[in-house]
Design a binder for this molecule. Sequence first.
Ligand code: COA
Length: 504
Amino acid sequence: MSSESRIRCAALRARVMSAAAAAELIPAGINVGMSGFTGAGYPKAVPGALAERIRKLNAAGNDPFRISIWTGASTAPELDGVLAEVDGIDMRLPFQSDPICRDRINTGKMDYVDIHLSEVSQYAWSGFLGKMDLAVIEVAGIREDGSLIPSSSVGNNKTWIEQADKIILEVNSKQNAKLEGMHDVYYGTALPPNRKPIMITDPSDRIGEPYLACPMDKVIAVVETSAADRNTPFKAPDETSRKIAEHILNFFHREIELGRLPKELLPIQSGVGNIPNAVLEGLDAGPFKNLTAFTEVIQDGMLKMLKSGTLATASATAFSLSPEGIAEFDNNIDLYRDKIILRQQDISNHPELARRLGVIAMNGLIEADLYGNINSTHIMGTRMMNGIGGSGDFARNGYLSIFVSPSTAKNGAISAIVPMVSHVDHTEHDVKIIVTEQGLADLRGLSPRQRAHEIINNCAHPDFRPALMDYYERALHSGRGMHTPHLLEEALSWHVRYETQGQM
Ligand code: COA
């Protein structure tokens, strides 16, 4: 495709340059907003060119060249990986899943600020994060008037474009040109006390514009690329994820029978990963029709559901597709165009909307404790895995918040159900259902002592059940408080045992 058809604005076409030339325009020490959400729509060329520049500067013995990077969510090796590798990231927010970044964070070489994804733009607008100097944004095209056709994610791009002094655009011709028109960018947000209700009452509602407005005088460079998104392959559902999916589907059927869920369920939010994907496959194989999704990311399972008619509409902020998923999307985009809406993440994850629509939130957990507190982020209480992402946006505000995990990790050495979580992301008040391959714990309306029985008996692996029950019984009879019984000197001993002996 010619650059004229992707860059239809002559004034901005005149600012086309190489990625290396654009990277020269980025000074050290600044805050840079980059596009990108869950491996979709991140800049593919400028971060790599900047990393190369930093590598050379480092080799020549210059002072460290580091920038702070704010994105929508996780990106890819071409952004987080390359810049972390040259030690080019001072501070990173609001979410990452890159192994090199993770290592830098956990060895104290990089600061990381883990934020609810719906709240990031509010943080930026409120000035809590400091000044955004420059933004690097991938788009699918530039229109005649200089407005931008967003690519495979919207994320925080609207806010970054508004907040940054200078903008570098990457125009990626690999992104399907027919993405044009699928986005809904809402320009009605404001800081308190000037907020108005956000008028979405159904996931299919459109309230904004299909394009990002962009002041032309801010654009200092336009870089042309043609590169695919990260597109991580999914594993075929294994026995564990199939069992988890089965428990959730049985639960939905029961709730429908009891009249607590409509037969079209309620809008689904599904975290990324193999287990949520297996749940989506299970839903697709069942009797469901005309479901809706109000979620963060569209993954392979959702495309299949849209194609089969199980799902009528999906609202999200990004795609997160496997290579097969992206091929399916590209080949059948006309079928998907009217059924998918991509919004900025402060709307896709908005607490007001999750509560109003009554979202069914399904997210992964690292560990849960006897009383239903959830750790989604920290391995053994200190090491960051990915981040809270949107799980809190949906879990606290959804109608049903479901957390899923295998009952053990690391070949059975670790129990996902522990006496006390080593870090809390979702408190017992925000957690309604926990599911492992062992079964489902329905915590709604239960006291902490009732929850302990439900979680140990239904979710813990049989190898760990006796030790969990023993802890609970001894705590109950320890003479301490009986509302949430604990043996404080022992509560984290399972983690210490794993760290010292390699087995909980
Ligand atoms: N202790 C130590 N390691 C553990 C563990 C525990 N209790 N539980 C899981 N792990 C490890 C696994 O062994 C695995 O390690 P590996 O990558 O070396 O194999 C890794 O953590 C991922 O676990 P897995 O069971 O494959 O689950 P997942 O890929 O579904 O990820 C979360 C689970 C919690 C890490 C993931 O859901 C997450 O990051 N959640 C927070 C963000 C979020 O929920 N976003 C939702 C909106 S998209």
